[in-house]
Write a protein that binds this ligand. Structure first.
Ligand SMILES: [Zn+2]
Length: 322
């Protein structure tokens, strides 16, 4: 039996076919083409599922179930709200089941990525993991005793709106000082541009070819590694707030691994070494083996599709009693 995992995003929809061990046989990526109605997006997801199977040379009948990771609060197969997709109470699982005649399991995208890293990446072989995905915003997911924990109402993954500075920057959610206003890739890019405007001599200008639109999350890290003081200041500030947020999350959950995902996690040691140092200094656990380890994700942008496929497998097998 095979399982399909879908990672539904505001810009792209990823799909993958996995065997029972979580090994991927085929992956595909299509544009989400927003704005458009949920039914049109579902029709593309259904076509993607069929196309992945035919590319892999298997029949769709050999697929046990499909897992779909979607942004937003998920409850009983319904996306209650996902702003980037303009979804409001969309019965995504039901619509797709009608199109594909296959069992569909819906979960939050942050939870899907966390489950992927837990099953096949940074948390393989463990029982608890907390994932923080640094993207346009900040998402995340928690695995406790091998199971996704999404709160009694399905709304627990909103780590981006933990307040880390009560009198800080205003956030779109209405509060001040939210984690993602300092530590999302979007915030990092904004802070980089501000530093560049204030420092016309900064090496960051050269790295982005004099074009502010070419700045990405790697620009300040690359320039700081080459000794640029303005870039080092941006990175230090980003790491300071990231350390506060991560330390709060570790204090709450004490997972075996806290996994950092998203494009910036590719910086590896430049992020994880200072984070481990900060969290260790704050920790009241003296035995190093019993402290949370902070690691970069191992599955990059495939964590979500692998997690969705493996979640579908677990739920499907549990429901069919095998
Ligand atoms: Zn907020």
């Amino acid at each position: 039996m095979y399982y399909i995992g879908i990672d539904l995003g505001g810009t792209t929809i990823g799909g993958a076919l996995a065997d029972e061990s979580g090994t991927l046989l085929e992956t595909k990526l299509i544009p989400t083409n927003m704005p458009r109605p949920a039914e049109a997006i579902c029709a593309d997801i259904a076509a993607l599922c069929i196309s992945i199977c035919s590319s892999a040379g298997i029949s769709f009948d050999e697929v046990g179930a499909v897992g779909v990771g979607s942004p937003g609060v998920i409850h009983d197969g319904i996306v209650e709200r996902a702003t980037h997709l303009q979804f409001e109470n969309v019965p995504l699982a039901g619509i797709l089941e009608g199109m594909l005649h296959k069992k569909i399991y819906l979960l939050n995208d942050g939870n899907a990525a966390a489950y992927g890293e837990f099953v096949a990446g940074a948390g393989k072989g463990l029982t608890s993991l907390l994932m923080l995905t640094i993207g346009t915003g900040i998402g995340g997911g928690m695995i406790i005793d091998g199971k996704i924990y999404s709160g009694f109402n399905g709304a627990s993954a909103e780590m981006g709106h933990l307040v880390i500075d009560a009198s800080g920057r205003p956030c779109r959610c209405g509060k001040r000082g939210c984690f993602e206003r300092y530590c999302s890739a979007g915030a990092l890019i904004d802070d980089t541009k501000t530093a560049m405007r204030e420092n016309p001599e900064s090496l960051m200008w050269e790295l982005c070819g004099g074009d502010l639109d070419a700045v990405d999350g790697h620009t300040p890290f690359d320039a700081a590694e080459k000794g640029d003081p303005a870039a080092a200041n941006v990175v230090d500030n980003f790491m300071k707030y990231l350390s506060i947020g991560v330390s709060n999350l570790v204090s709450l959950m004490q997972p075996q691994v806290l996994c950092i995902g998203g494009g910036i996690s590719a910086r590896g040691d430049a992020i994880t070494i200072p984070l481990n140092r900060y969290v260790t200094a704050q920790s009241y656990i003296h035995d190093a083996d019993r402290r949370t380890k902070i690691l970069a994700g191992k599955l990059a942008n495939l964590a979500g599709v692998i997690g969705a496929a493996m979640y579908a497998k677990e739920e499907f097998l549990a429901e069919s009693g095998s």
